[in-house]
Design a protein around this ligand. Structure first.
Ligand SMILES: [Zn+2]
Ligand SMILES: [Zn+2]
Length: 288
């Protein structure tokens, strides 16, 4: 029970050497979402799920570091006969052959493969609530240049909130209370506040505190910014060590109704976590 969040990419702006820009795999209630498709994330996604298993793609905004791999997705789906294999003779020609992509207005028009019959584009906007499988999604317009949507995902008794990109004029509070996990951008440190329409580590942690989030994972650090400085600054405001997104790390978000003492162990599946780096473990539960 609960949700899982797997980092497919977390670099802000562009992929660092061997890295990937923003992208996350969210699974729960029998539903699989690809949340943002930055460069490098399509390759990492396929380490965890088959493309055929995706129920939807959600793109927060048009900046290439959040959506460029949707191009490769369209090609891959076309080469593999769209979804669920080739259609049997006589089947409904529209049944389960396209993959829904939810994105703000105007984004599809910037995609080279926007006309691909493998993808079904749907516009979403501030305040929209949709269902994908058995997950509920709610969107909130952030403080960022192009139309940008943060998203809250509810399912299986747990919820998580993703800030997408935002300046300090928006807060995780807009996603509602009771976030079990807040995935918030922390692009740089406080000395660079105001440099771009992004949050510093200090602002990200402040936003998570204000929202009453139970757990904080910071992400979207520019590769030019020190992860140690991000960690120290965010943790000082958060009051305890924050987690930093790393490719391959999975957090299990336990259902709130469950007893953490009886919950199965959630060791996470990260392959690149460094022991003794001051980070907390990836497993979280309702009691944390
Ligand atoms: Zn970005
Ligand atoms: Zn952006």
């Amino acid at each position: 029970m609960g949700l899982s969040l797997t980092v497919l990419g977390c670099d802000g702006g562009y992929p660092a050497p061997g890295g990937a820009a923003s992208g996350y795999l969210v699974r729960g209630a029998g539903t699989t979402l690809w949340l943002d498709a930055g460069p490098g994330t399509l390759a990492n996604l396929q380490r965890h799920v088959r493309l055929d298993d995706l129920d939807a793609v959600v793109l927060s905004h048009e900046h290439p570091d959040h959506r460029s791999d949707v191009e490769g997705l369209a090609v891959a789906l076309s080469l593999s006969g769209y979804r669920r294999g080739l259609r049997p003779v006589g089947a409904d020609p529209d049944e389960r052959t396209t993959l829904p992509v939810y994105a703000p207005a105007g984004l599809a028009g910037q995609v080279y493969h926007d006309g691909s019959p493998a993808l079904a584009w749907h516009e979403v906007a501030d305040g929209d609530r949709i269902r994908v499988g058995r997950l509920g999604l709610a969107f909130s317009r952030t403080d960022h240049g192009p139309p940008t949507l943060a998203v809250r995902v509810d399912g299986d008794g747990a919820c998580l909130g993703y800030s997408a990109d935002s300046g300090p004029g928006w807060s995780l509070e807009a996603l509602g209370t009771g976030l079990d996990l807040a995935l918030c951008e922390a692009t740089y440190c406080a000395r660079d506040e105001g440099r771009n329409q992004h949050m510093s580590a200090r602002q990200a942690a402040t936003s998570a505190v204000d929202a009453g989030a139970r757990h904080l994972v910071v992400t979207h650090r520019w590769p030019t910014v020190s992860p140690e400085e991000i960690f120290e600054e965010a943790s000082a405001v958060w009051g305890r060590p924050v987690d930093q997104a790393r490719v391959g790390t999975t957090w299990e978000v336990a259902a709130r109704a469950s007893d953490p003492a009886e919950a199965p162990p959630s060791p996470g599946t990260g392959t690149d976590r460094v022991a003794g780096d001051g980070l907390t473990g990836p497993a979280i539960g309702s009691g944390l």
